[in-house]
Design a protein around this ligand. Structure first.
Ligand code: GDG
Length: 761
């Protein structure tokens, strides 16, 4: 019924348009036909006149009039001629045939004959008038006036109109009919294509059709591909908004992640590779102690590994690490629950120096962060980087229990490893996650080994970044430096025939469990404890910063903003305190040592300028803190300050939000942290703009509790739902879909092979 309505809605305007076109075209056509006939009659008249002229010249002058009349009467016998008159040069009628109207004088006839349309309406019908000299060589020659019957052309014109109307109507109906059929077919194809896309079938079907040479790029018919991407994005955004507004339909938690591993990944083995290990064994005064490193990567990946078991391969860097592993360099962790295996790799001093301190931290880290520290690239560091990547890749192959494990490669320390693993385990699903930003092609281009790094990374099945912006930068970099096929609509890059899906997966934290929350002190207790321990004023407005002591985190800019706050808003002198945790990191590098010294100097200067015996505006705690101490600080604070100059995501801001179940506290967040895209309810600032950061500190310190509650409630909803299990879950689900396709492809190819073998036999 709907389609009939659609057709009528389409047909009526089409018919109206055609009718209007016909109405406009007919008079035009009419005029053209008449002009054509008129020219025809003039030519014909000229011929008749010429014939008569020759006959007239042969007549003897005496017998002239009678002979002439007879001659003209014979001429009129032509059915189209109505009458003929012979006129003198002075327009006197010499004689005329019977049909020539008596009322028409030679002068009038001549005047009409000179018109463009020499037509005269008589009572007997319309005639065409032609006027021709008897002797064209003689200037004062007699003239012949011929009257042609115009009823024939008039009749033809009416016939032409009729045929035209019939023709236009038939043509209109034919065009409408064909259009409707084509539209119907396209509509059906389009609708079924869209349904398939919405059901997610597009990913599998083309593989079956093409026998396995297909990539993600072929997931929908070409004409629907741009639409498919848009629809998927809209669906994802809708899903995200729905989550934000109504809470989760099915929340992501360890159980759901385990379920996904059991079902979609059929319990396949998961191997994580990272430089930093999740647990470090250290020799202490009271024997061996276990420590959790200050690392965003470990914070995020550890809960995922707890949920999926498997093996984590990392550099064993602790002083008691060798003493705690078995003969295969393995140790079960976490120490209490032993959920998964940690396989340690030992690095020599040269290896650590070249691969980690040198190439990764002096080269790639500043290269990707573009934070005013020049990257240093040394040939010897590059050689170590390659060698260590190979050692870790070999360890992956050794730990793999099947030929197609799921390998999660973490961060910029292992850009070459994906291609190295791919070489030995072609069927492995390699998911590489780049935890830091990806710069634009020009910035990345300064690396002498840019092509090798890109080739290594494109050994991955899936390559993840925190934001779409980083994905875009990466794709543009590949476009600039490698010969690869880029399918923007499907976010895939095919290099040497092997596709890699480049996607954004914003990382997060594990939302605290009820058990964990029970161990937290109440915010008022936490405040009391912090004030006592750090000897802060009773009425202090406490801002907290928690970072690795790294130049990208904007600690210097934060200090400048605190100094400016105390100048601009003197009421905060004696009351405002920044408690800055700066966990030691990369102390072996001169760049870091210089930076850390500078922070100490600036802190001292501010404290001297505004401090008293009992008050210090900046408390710099440059040491590692345990998790509980951080929680206490987060819960004691009036605000948390994140001023990164460039940060892939930043987890500290999410930890602060998760810690504030009292819905109080204000988050100040740099717009250059990936997290700013997810957390707009924070006070988002540009850390390079000291005045803006200063005003944000003042605003946070004076924000009414109700506004704090509204902002914090919304932030909490986001962090709770967009947690680290969702991050891992989305990546693993994409991997699961990929593996499913691979299996189907292999099955189809095997059957095809078996079929042809049977035929040959
Ligand atoms: C990279 C990217 C991305 C800090 N001090 C201590 C301590 N920490 C913990 C924090 C937090 C983590 O370290 C730092 O996380 P970030 O996200 O700020 O940063 P990076 O280490 O630079 O991590 C970053 C992250 O990877 C994840 O992808 O977000 O953009 O740069 O968890 O709490 N933890 C302990 N003691 C400390 O003194 N225990």
């Amino acid at each position: 019924m709907k389609s009939i309505h659609l057709q009528i809605r389409f047909l009526v305007p089409l018919m109206v348009t055609l009718t209007v076109a016909a109405l406009l075209a007919l008079p035009l056509l009419d005029r053209m036909t008449l002009r054509w006939f008129s020219r025809d009659l003039s030519a014909r008249g000229a011929m008749v006149a010429k014939t008569l002229s020759l006959a007239i010249s042969d007549i003897e002058p005496n017998a002239k009039l009678d002979r002439l009349r007879g001659l003209l009467e014979r001429g009129v016998l032509d059915e189209r001629l109505v009458g003929i008159a012979l006129c003198s040069a002075t327009n006197q009628q010499i004689l005329s045939t019977k049909g020539f109207p008596g009322s028409l004088t030679c002068k009038e006839a001549r005047e009409i004959a000179l018109l463009q349309n020499p037509r005269l309406e008589l009572s007997s019908g319309a005639v065409h008038i032609g006027d021709f000299p008897v002797n064209p060589q003689q200037a004062d020659s007699d003239r012949l006036v011929l009257l042609h019957d115009l009823s024939l052309p008039d009749r033809r014109s009416i016939d032409t109109r009729r045929y035209m109307i019939i023709f236009i109507t038939v043509l209109g109906l034919a065009v409408a009919g064909i259009t409707m059929i084509v539209a119907q077919l396209s509509w059906r194809g389009w609708v079924s294509g869209m349904r398939a896309i919405l059901r997610g079938e597009g990913l599998v079907r083309p593989l079956l059709q093409t026998g396995g040479n297909s990539t993600g790029a072929d997931s929908a018919p070409p004409e629907l591909q741009p639409l498919e991407v848009e629809i998927r994005q809209h669906l994802r955004e809708l899903e995200d908004n729905l989550y934000r507004e109504h809470g989760p339909l099915t929340p992501w938690d360890p159980e759901r992640l385990r379920g996904l591993l059991r079902t979609q990944l059929r319990g396949d083995q998961v191997i994580v590779v990272s430089n930093r290990e999740p647990y470090i064994h250290l020799k202490g005064k009271e024997g061996i102690q276990v420590s959790r490193p200050a690392s965003g990567l470990v914070t995020a990946v550890e809960p995922v590994m707890r949920a999926c078991s498997g093996t984590w391969i990392a550099h064993g860097s602790g002083s008691a690490d060798r003493e705690t592993v078995d003969e295969h360099d393995r140790v079960a962790v976490p120490p209490d629950t032993k959920d998964y295996v940690l396989r340690r790799i030992w690095l020599s001093e040269e290896e650590e120096q070249g691969y980690y301190q040198g190439f990764a931290n002096e080269g790639l880290w500043p290269l990707c962060h573009v934070a005013h520290v020049r990257p240093v690239f040394r040939e010897s560091d590059w050689a170590q980087y390659r060698a260590v990547n190979q050692r870790f890749a070999d360890a992956v192959v050794a730990e793999a229990r099947s030929d197609d494990p799921i390998v999660l490669v973490q961060d910029y320390h292992f850009a070459l490893l994906p291609a190295m693993v791919r070489e030995k385990l072609p069927k492995a699903t390699i998911i590489t996650f780049w935890h830091i930003p990806w710069p634009n092609p020009e910035s990345f281009g300064i690396c002498p080994w840019r092509r090798e790094l890109l080739q290594g990374m494109l050994g991955s099945t899936i390559l993840g970044f925190h934001t779409r912006f980083h994905c875009k930068n990466f794709t543009e970099t590949v476009d600039r430096y490698l010969e690869a096929r880029i399918e923007h609509e499907h976010s895939t890059i095919s290099y040497q025939g092997e596709p890699t899906l480049v996607q954004s997966y914003p990382i997060s934290i594990a939302w605290p469990t009820d058990e964990e929350r029970l161990r937290w002190p109440a915010p008022s207790e936490a405040r009391r404890a912090v004030i006592e321990r750090l000897k802060l004023p009773e009425d202090a407005s406490i801002a907290v910063g928690v970072d690795r002591f790294d130049y990208t985190k904007g600690i210097l800019e934060r200090l400048h903003a605190v100094e400016r706050l105390l100048e601009k808003y003197p009421q905060w002198q004696g009351r405002f305190v920044l408690v800055q945790v700066a966990a030691p990191t990369r102390n072996a590098l001169e760049e870091y040592r210089e930076f850390q010294d500078r922070i100490h100097r600036v802190t001292d200067r501010i404290n001297q300028r505004f401090g008293t015996d009992t008050y210090q505006p900046v408390r710099l705690l440059a040491e590692h803190h345990d998790h509980a101490a951080l929680m206490e600080l987060y819960r004691a604070a009036d605000m948390c300050v994140v001023t990164s100059l460039h940060d892939g995501m930043n987890l500290v801001c999410k930890e602060f939000v998760a810690a504030r179940d009292d819905e109080q506290g204000v988050l100040i967040l740099s717009r250059f942290a990936g997290a700013a895209r997810e957390l707009p309810e924070a006070l988002v600032i540009n850390p390079y703009h000291v005045e803006e950061t200063t005003d944000a500190l003042h605003r946070a310190a004076t924000m009414p509790p109700q506004e704090q509650r509204e902002r914090m409630a919304s932030l909490r909803m986001t962090v709770r739902e967009f947690n680290v299990y969702r991050w891992a879950g989305r990546m693993l689900a994409d991997a699961g879909q990929w593996r499913l396709r691979e299996r189907i492809t292999r099955r189809v190819q095997r059957r095809a092979r078996e079929g042809s073998e049977a035929m040959n036999a």
